[in-house]
Design a protein around this ligand. Structure first.
Ligand code: ADP
Ligand code: MG
Length: 598
């Protein structure tokens, strides 16, 4: 066969393979066109999972009558005119491919009227070929119906999934646009059934309630901050807003992390990881958060022209974006995450939580003032509990560090496992081992943030006999061990001499700490990266922490609780298990039938 240029219908159909994969991809392109046209209201109707019919209407700018046919030519666009424009795209579309592609694999009808034009235009296309055109009365905006998608591409038709699957894809897609554009009113219906409808009020939390349901939305808190990194003035600013789930709201996979960059939904493994990282030690291993984050990045900092579906982007400074996401989410969580309530449906985590916390903190302040007076008037020796110990005990959690928990009053110990405490919000049950692990872990990390971990020389070096493979491991891991504060050297063939230990465990059992660290190295990879080091630290803390079954004095419990109050993430141990349960005053009142009681 001789070489020739393919006729446009064939070329378009080939190109359509990339853009139009399934009904949801048609809807994606049509929604993007509507948004680019400034629509405030977008209605999407589908039948048979979009296979039989897709109808998208908008109240946007409309297409001028003399441009309507041109819109269906490949590479015909009103959004781009030069190569330079490509470097700062501010519209969702720009490739001029979508309408041509969609038309080439369906029977399509367009009705549109541009502002200022007396009459609308109607076009009919079949397989990309214009089959009819007339004038028609129409409101300003654009309506496109796509019927019998892939009717002329049997190969594609075969790949379409069950109606319910396609419907699911469409639902997820429209939900994402509704979240990214809360001030646009979206309505999605399948046959006569409404699947999604938003009000366009501009309130993202309202959209989340619609998309995820009230229960889930009530466990999501707003993030809003300009995430500039003062230590990196060379990096550009990234604005992050949206909502993140409290740690108690978690899922078995990462698909509930939804990201938008400049109004465009993107899939980005690295940014998804940044979000997961921000929950470090707050979630159990294997659980993932729910988050909806909208990033604003200067248009020239992001390249959206990577793939025809535009779901992948490249950042000019990926570090800046990664760092911003991680910092903003982490800060939000540290500020907002309440301890898990014994009753999940309880008041904590509700949207009014911030306001309630404010009220409760006020109560604490009042109580503390009262307490001061009480203490003054009390005769010595009659106090119900001892004065919190001085902060020399906790060098790295100084008084200046902000509280992450309200001031708690220790009531006592239960089963030599739990500390019972009272706070302004009710009763707290604290797992003494998990809580102490958390305290040690943060002290460790605070020290490590400087340079090497503080190390304490032992008065008498200790020689520890090790099984040969552990001795070999210790030899390989000398650097990693010294990074967390162990000073050891080989002693003979299968023993090490311990000269120094991490300062935090010096009071305890140095040999036990070393064995714990070696155990951690043994079951993990070689600890080279910082996460390996963190694991090592977490392991050492676990070994050094107060054990369950240890009877504590009042002052020990007080010291523990005071330190926990000033931890960054007091609600979980470094391994992600909860350190405390909270039985709120409201839940107590409810359980005792006191609500509404006179
Ligand atoms: P692109 O969006 O990449 O420009 P499309 O093929 O999706 O390419 O659309 C071609 C052109 O048709 C657009 O540039 C725009 O001018 C016009 N258009 C398409 N849909 C709409 C709409 N809903 N409202 C107004 N104009 C539209
Ligand atoms: Mg488009």
């Amino acid at each position: 066969m001789a070489i020739r240029v393919l006729p446009p219908e064939v070329a378009n159909q080939i190109a359509a393979g990339e853009v139009v994969e399934r009904p949801a991809s048609v809807i994606k392109e049509l929604i993007e066109n509507a948004l680019d046209a400034g629509a405030r209201h977008i209605a999407i109707e589908i039948e048979e999972g979009g296979r039989r019919l897709i109808r998208v209407s908008d109240d946007g700018a409309g297409i001028p009558a003399d441009e309507a046919e041109l819109a269906f030519h490949r590479y015909a666009t009103s959004k781009l005119s030069s190569v330079e424009d490509l470097s700062h795209i501010t519209t969702l579309g720009f490739r001029g491919e979508a309408l041509a592609s969609i038309a080439s694999v369906s029977r399509l009808m367009l009705v549109t009227r541009a502002a200022g034009e007396p009459m609308g235009t109607r076009l009919y296309l079949e397989g990309g070929v214009l089959t009819g055109r007339d004038g028609i009365g129409a409101p300003q905006g654009t309506l496109i119906t796509v019927e019998n998608l892939f009717y002329n591409v049997p190969a594609r038709l075969k790949f379409l999934k069950k109606e319910s699957t396609e419907r699911g894809h469409i639902g997820a897609l429209v939900s994402r646009y509704a979240m990214a554009y809360p001030s646009v009113r979206f309505a999605l219906s399948h046959g006569r059934q409404t699947i999604l409808s938003t009000t366009g009020s501009g309130d993202l939390h309202e959209v989340l309630s619609e998309v995820y349901g009230l229960e889930t939305a009530s466990q999501m808190v707003a993030v809003e901050a300009v995430a500039d990194d003062p230590s990196r003035p060379d990096l550009h600013q990234v604005q992050v807003s949206g909502y993140v789930g409290l740690p108690a709201l978690n899922r078995a996979n990462r698909t509930h992390i939804t990201l938008f960059v400049n109004g465009r939904w993107i899939q980005d493994a690295s940014l998804t990881y940044a979000v997961v990282q921000a929950y470090h030690t707050m979630l159990m291993v294997g659980r993932f958060p729910v988050a909806v984050l909208l990033l604003d990045v200067p248009p020239h900092e992001v390249d959206v022209n990577v793939h025809p579906t535009k779901a992948e982007v490249r950042f000019r400074q990926p570090d800046a974006v990664f760092g911003a996401v991680q910092r903003v989410v982490r800060r939000t969580l540290v500020e907002q995450a309440p301890p898990p309530a014994i009753h999940a449906e309880a008041v904590w985590g509700s949207p009014e939580w911030a306001a309630r916390r404010e009220r409760l903190t006020q109560v604490t302040r009042d109580r503390m003032q009262q307490l001061d007076i009480d203490l003054d008037t009390e005769s010595p020796g009659q106090r119900a509990y001892q004065q919190p110990p001085g902060d020399e005990d906790a060098p790295s959690t100084p008084q200046s560090q902000p509280r992450s928990l309200p001031m708690l009053r220790v009531v006592g110990q239960v089963g030599a496992i739990y500390v019972v405490a009272e706070g302004p919000g009710g009763l707290y049950l604290i797992d003494q081992h998990a809580a102490h692990e958390r305290v040690l872990y943060e002290q460790f990390k605070a020290e490590g943030a400087g340079e090497a971990m503080a190390s304490q020389e032992l008065l008498e070096p200790v020689v520890v006999e090790l099984p040969p493979e552990q001795a070999a491991l210790a030899e390989e891991s000398l650097d990693a061990l010294s990074a967390v504060g162990f000073g050891i050297e080989l002693f003979g063939r299968s023993a090490v001499r311990v000269r120094a230990v991490p300062a935090l465990v010096s009071g305890g059992d140095p040999v036990g700490a070393l064995l714990a660290a070696l155990g951690e190295i043994e079951c993990g990879e070689m600890p080279t990266g910082s996460t390996a080091e963190e694991k090592l630290i977490a392991r050492v803390c676990k070994q050094a922490a107060i054990k369950a079954g240890q009877v504590l004095s009042y002052s020990e419990m007080e010291a523990l609780v005071r330190q926990l109050e000033r931890c960054q993430s007091p609600q979980t141990c470094p391994h992600g298990r909860p350190t405390m349960l909270h039985l709120s005053a409201q839940v107590l009142a409810k359980e005792f039938g006191r609500l509404g009681a006179v």
